[in-house]
Design a protein around this ligand. Sequence first.
Ligand code: ADP
Ligand code: MG
Length: 652
Amino acid sequence: PRLLDDEEGGVVFLSSSLSSASSIGYGYASIEKQRQRLPVYKYRTAILYLVETHATTIIVGETGSGKTTQIPQYLKEAGWADGGRVIACTQPRRLAVQAVASRVAEEMGVKVGEEVGYTIRFEDFTNKVRHLSSYLSIFGVIIFVMHAGISSLAVQDLTAIKFLTDGVLLREMMDDPLLTKYSVIMVDEAHERSISTDILLGLLKKIQRCRSDLRLIISSATIEAKSMSAFFHARKGRRGLEGVELVPRLEPAILSVEGRGFNVQIHYVEEPVSDYVQAAVSTVLLIHDKEPPGDILVFLTGQDDIDATIQLLTEEARTSKKNSSGLIILPLYSGLSRAEQEQVFSPTPRGKRKVVISTNIAETSLTLEGIVYVVDSGFSKQRFYNPISDIENLVVAPISKASARQRAGRAGRVRPGKCYRWLYTEEYFVKEIPAEGIPEMQRSNLVSCVIQLKALGIDNILGFDWPASPPPEAMIRALEVLYSLGVLDDDAKLTSPTGFQVAEIPLSIWVSGRGAQKELDEAKLRFAAAEKKVIEIREQLRRIAQRIGIVMKSCESDMQVVRKAVTAGFFANACYSEAYSQSGMYKTVRGSQEVYIHPSSVLFRVNPKWVIYHSLVSTDRQYMRNVISIDPSWLLEVAPHFYQQHRLNPIH
Ligand code: ADP
Ligand code: MG
């Protein structure tokens, strides 16, 4: 491995590239020392004791204190993975799952996919023997024989620690509702309150009633531990047991890991700036020119503005008269290749300064060493859903004060740092920025959430025990759409076979606009950079289709079939352009909202009369992204309920 002395106190830093067998011996001692220096190490015994004695343990600790990488290892060392059991650790983000799994594998001196594995949608790097066993039903006897033959050899390297997205764990519940193979489930980054995390918390609370052997750890950087504890403690029908000693205890334990962050000085702009990208670039160059060594982390909102900033920064750094040669400029967002990820995590060479331009993934999910300066736009892309118009929007909106503090904290990991909030003034921050964010559950379209719960047999969705209740209007909208799609029947149960088939397929094809930016980005990147991946995904979908009895048929070159299929899934997103409208303005059939085709679309100047979009993005206007043209008669054909139900007849 590449070893580099840190200027501060000689901390030895091992590069994050995968260890080869020969490198382990050399790097191991220093990694062990590094592990012991983490704040969470002092709490090792306390954590193990609390997990042993409590059904739920809530752990709060500063980003970088070692929660994600260390706690699963402590649990394994204490025997929680013995007897073929698995320790799970969930993350809201795919990239975090991959990065953390490879870090932990490196610390343990194993390869990813052996004792330490990870699973994200379309990617399963857990032990192959386990993995194959899930295909037993397909390949039948042959694999069974192979399985029996090799399992005796492979016992030692079954996956003991598994990192996965919370969405994937939810999906696993469809096959194994009580998640029986897991001994401990650590729901990490719980403060993010993603939809999947919230559904998961609600379901895990139910599972706990049936499995006294299961332990939960809820961990995050900032969480209102008390309300989370109250959620897990409040149980119907348990009152009579108060005062009785139960093992494990049902009242959650709360542990706060003392951080060791350094002081971070905050700088604001004196006047709001107008050119966002230019301001980010100027701030970075100013730091590089005036400030002592130390890496820079810039928070922007998504791939688009990150790419624009990188382009401008590269140009300006090249043409600038000042000394800008030492800059290493790197992007960080979901969907990066492994090589790109490694660059971000690898140590900065002496005499250079790394500039990482990131989405809010670097806010708490990932720790970057060596950051001394944070340049924070104060914004992120957030989903907002209006159940009245049934429109879900990705909006660039201010982050909460809690998030802004987290971002600033990234600058104080190795020594006192500085944070530049360059898009708003201090007064604006104090007066206008909300203290906490709103859980995603309360600002999203709930279609896929409802399908998932229904598929798990949870019929009383309105009465489900949520950590944060979703708005009833949004629930009703979701039920309505699913009914129109033929996924739910008159009793709001999944229809057979359609409803069950839809629930099995790990895509959001049936969801109106649930395509969050990160998923879109991922999808795009896969097409651009990894055609092989497309083939794999196709293969996986083909297997699922085969298993649930969908016959595969090629459309040959008849694109109309494809467009009709998309219409069948996204009919709720139909728009038409007003006759004689020269402005490119469209109206949504539902809610008559004004929308425009995004300039990046190939249909931008074509302006077909009728279109269907996949998602909306708000900037100066509401833009439709991923648009196809349709024939309006298809709408009545594929979704007669829907269009009758709303007594909408814009189809002239
Ligand atoms: P937490 O979950 O509390 O935010 P982590 O367990 O993710 O903390 O990280 C603990 C420490 O492990 C970090 O401070 C960093 O020193 C180290 N670390 C984590 N991930 C990596 C990585 N990919 N490369 C190098 N070091 C890492
Ligand atoms: Mg973490």
